[in-house]
Design a protein around this ligand. Structure first.
Ligand code: GDP
Ligand code: GDP
Length: 455
């Protein structure tokens, strides 16, 4: 099974967590036995090296918190991933790709006493393509005589090799300085961060769909705040609103309420505002005026929300104006134009009468739950194994690409990485995506599936 030798599930969970924590993430990659774990131990200041000699032993954890000169970051040790599953080249490459997915910067460790091997060269190619900052560590330079060996690693084209001895600590200070330079600053905590605070909702939709009416309805106040003084600092941009017994943060309500009617470039500013609101939100409630034919602007806004990777709820507003005939056409328009968000919970509401307002919160909660779904790697691979056995990829040019294994690299929205032995056709990818949804739900959330091909 794909999980022998290392605990993929734990790796995936830790990477997902690492990729979303507020701290920047450093991954340490390289061939087995170059000293990755020894280096990690050195960086996190663990006294005794918990280096396992037996191959295939699962380490207890893969991410750790490190601190150097007062700056904190997370470090991902890929040292426990061994070659029994895929063969050495593929496993090291997979390791590098995982790291690239989840990390802000990479330390590539080479054994300077051995020099660069073909496997090392292959990893360098991957790292170059990824475009993430790479710091090259020439390890096992235990004394000055090893410096010359380290210098030959300039040939890898990754810039200056840092000669270090993970075992004795030699040169690791300079390496850490370079690492800190490569890592981004920890992002400043914004309001309502991931660690708590109210969930953030963006109420979006084209002009006149009823955003401000809905906002007034949910905020229980029957007035529109008109604020004419530009740059008023008291102007609340976001509002806390209690709904269904829960406090939510509605993003950019000032923009919704201000009702500025620009003539020139109105569309442009409206979409800037939408993009900015999406940026700050976790879930988008997209309003559509069900009494009118779906407009291109509606689908554009939906696409923006999907591409921003937000949870999505679609609210068909002005349902009080609905009649049989319009209903017939609406359903057809939805089938034709909104296939891309078939998975989004739908509520038919009226901001005017208050119809079905109580359905809004359950829909939002369902979408957020889908958005945060984490599929354990074991379950994912059991599912993929069965799926691929029952529906293998069509043979192309005498070859049959196989999915080797997969993992969920992140949540919010769920992101999957599949490792395959060959190129997977778009149709097959869509099939996998569809089956993933059937199996695991993902209501109200876009999902991303990327494929890594092992040559
Ligand atoms: P990993 O599999 O890449 O994580 O490598 P390990 O950290 O498990 O180290 C493999 C072996 O190399 C162990 O026996 C370490 O003690 C040894 N090693 C690691 N770093 C150094 C070093 O800087 N100098 C020397 N001489 N040996 C080292
Ligand atoms: P916004 O531009 O998206 O903020 O839309 P508004 O809230 O300003 O609403 C635009 C127009 O649609 C106003 O005349 C509202 O009274 C009307 N409207 C909003 N919601 C509803 C609704 O549920 N039913 C009906 N019949 N009219 C609505």
């Amino acid at each position: 099974a794909a999980e022998e030798g290392f605990d993929l599930e734990e790796v995936a969970d830790d990477l997902a967590e690492a990729g979303h924590g507020p701290l920047p993430v450093l991954a340490v990659v390289g061939r087995p036995n170059v000293g990755k774990s020894t280096l990690v131990n050195r960086i996190i200041g663990r006294r005794e090296a918990v280096v396992e000699d037996r191959p295939g032993v699962t380490r207890d954890r893969v991410t750790y918190e490190a601190n150097w000169n007062g700056r904190r970051f997370k470090i991902v040790d890929t040292g426990g991933w061994e070659q029994d599953v895929l063969g050495i080249d593929a496993s090291v490459a997979a390791q590098a790709e995982f790291a690239i997915e989840a990390a802000d910067a990479v330390v590539f460790v080479v054994d300077a006493t051995v020099g660069a091997t073909d496997t090392d060269e292959a990893v360098v190619k991957l790292l170059r393509r990824a475009g993430k900052p790479v710091v090259l560590a020439a390890n096992k330079v235990d004394g000055p005589s090893g410096e010359a060996d380290a210098a030959t690693l300039w040939n890898l084209g990754l810039g200056e090799p840092f000669p270090i001895s993970s075992l004795h600590g030699r040169g690791t200070g300079d390496l850490l300085d370079a690492i800190l330079e490569a890592l981004p600053e920890a992002p400043a905590m914004t309001f309502g961060n991931a660690l708590g605070g109210p969930r953030r909702i963006a109420l979006i939709g084209r002009p006149n769909v009823g955003k401000s009416s809905l906002l007034n309805k949910v905020a229980n106040e029957d007035r529109v705040v008109v604020n004419e003084v530009a740059g008023t600092t008291r102007d609340p941009v976001d509002e806390l609103i209690e709904l269904g017994g829960i406090t939510w943060k509605f993003i950019d309500t000032a923009g919704i309420r201000r009702r500025v009617h620009l003539t020139e470039g109105a569309d442009y500013y409206a979409s800037l505002r939408t993009a900015a609101a999406l940026e700050k939100a976790e879930v988008a409630v997209i309003l559509i005026d069900c009494s009118e034919t779906l407009a291109e602007q509606d689908t554009r806004i939906i696409t923006m929300a999907v591409e921003a990777g937000r949870a999505v709820v679609i609210a068909y507003n002005k349902w009080d104006l609905m009649d049989e005939e319009r209903r017939y056409y609406l359903e057809r328009e939805i089938e034709r134009d909104l296939v891309q968000v078939q998975w989004a919970p739908r509520v038919n509401v009226s901001a005017r009468t208050g119809r079905h307002m109580e359905k809004l919160v359950p829909a939002i909660e369902a979408a957020l739950a889908g958005w945060e779904t984490r599929v354990p790697t074991g379950r994912l691979n059991a599912f993929l194994g069965e799926l691929v056995a029952a529906h293998p990829h069509p043979i192309r040019g005498g070859k049959q690409p196989r999915i080797l294994f997969g993992t969920q690299a992140g949540t919010k929205p769920p992101r999957f990485v599949l490792f395959a032995s060959g190129f997977l056709e778009a149709g097959y990818r869509r099939f996998i995506e569809r089956r993933l949804r059937e199996e695991f739900g993902f209501e109200g959330t876009p999902i991303q599936v990327s494929v890594r091909v092992r040559e």
